[in-house]
Design a protein around this ligand. Sequence first.
Ligand code: FES
Length: 69
Amino acid sequence: MPEQQLRIDRCVCHDVTFERALEVAKSRSLSLDQLADELGCTTGCGSCEPYLRRCLATGQVVFHEIIED
Ligand code: FES
């Protein structure tokens, strides 16, 4: 059986997908801080923050690697 691939696609604390976060950010030109105020993402455990930062910079909404920066 193949090893299950890592899939990270949301802020689990607030159940906000990166796809939705990106849509909201783009439609209203929100910064990461403004997005956090609006949707709550990054305000829980904070582990989604580096993914959201990359998501806003590149448009990537699904990740298969751990990002810690
Ligand atoms: S996963 Fe986003 S705040 Fe915890």
